[in-house]
Ligand binder design. Structure first.
Ligand code: PEP
Length: 253
């Protein structure tokens, strides 16, 4: 039985005041969420604020990115050890915005996945196809390539140290959600691909769906057998909406 996880990816949003308010709102409603793990990934500078608000609660926090390097002259970069210093449990790697806007290819993502684990962080490893790739019928080829990059670099067991987020790029921030059937098909494919290397890792690894998930569509996605939670962008910025998705995940167990 895989425990669902709903993680908020706040991206580059918020102010000190709004982040404090959002954290307080999530904390106030978390008592209703019994079985689903709930996590937040604020921008780097707000991580100490999350740490202060969430220490002692059931809510872990994480970064949205990390450097491939451990330390040194890399202006503007943040190392995995710095995230663990501030109590982070998770770190997102390979988000499609990093891949498309900042040129992170499969090799860089595999490197970040490895560096995150070495620092003691659980990677939230994002994969997914663009609209053009889906329309060309190569969705499975793309996600297989992305998953294989990590398996080839670090071994299949490395996937068991974190979670995978299947995020069709055409569904991120667009209001277009994959249908539960479309998402389930890809999630099942990913799990099968992993099972080709290790049945136990495949059985235990949590595969989250991400892409315009909202309280109104979360329940039908979460009820699919291979969808183990969500990585949430826009809807994670309002405590009420985020908690609505967490509740749907909670009720799916
Ligand atoms: C994301 O960026 O990880 C995401 C899923 O965004 P949104 O929920 O806004 O589509």
């Amino acid at each position: 039985m895989r425990q669902p996880l709903v993680a908020g990816n706040w991206k580059m949003n918020g102010s000190l005041a709004s982040v404090r308010e959002l954290l307080a709102g999530i904390k106030a409603g978390i008592g209703d969420i019994k079985k689903c793990e709930v996590a937040v990934c604020p921008p780097y500078v707000f991580i100490p604020v999350a740490q202060e608000a969430l220490s002692g609660s059931s809510i872990p926090w994480g970064g949205q990115n990390l450097s491939t390097e451990v330390s040194g002259a890399f202006t503007g970069e943040v190392a995995g050890s710095m995230l663990t210093d501030f109590g982070c449990t998770y770190v997102i790697v390979g988000h499609s915005e990093r891949r498309t806007l900042y040129g992170e290819d499969d090799a860089v993502v595999a490197d970040k996945h490895a560096v995150a684990r070495e620092a003691g962080l659980k990677p939230i490893f994002c994969i997914g196809e663009t609209l053009e790739e889906r329309e060309s019928g190569i969705t499975e080829e793309v996600v297989a390539r992305q998953v294989d990059a990590v398996i080839n670099a670090s071994g299949v067991e490395s996937l068991g140290d974190g979670v995978i987020a299947y995020e069709p790029v055409w569904a991120i921030g667009t209001g277009k959600t994959a249908t539960p059937e479309q998402a389930q098909d890809v999630h099942a494919f990913i799990r099968e691909r992993i099972a080709g290397h290790s049945a136990s890792v495949a059985e235990n690894v949590r595969i989250l769906y991400g892409g315009s998930m909202k309280p109104g569509n979360a329940a039908e996605l979460m009820e699919k057998p291979d969808i183990d939670g969500g990585l949430i962008g826009g809807a994670a910025l309002k405590a009420e909406d985020f908690l609505g998705i967490c509740k749907a995940a909670d009720d799916s167990v």
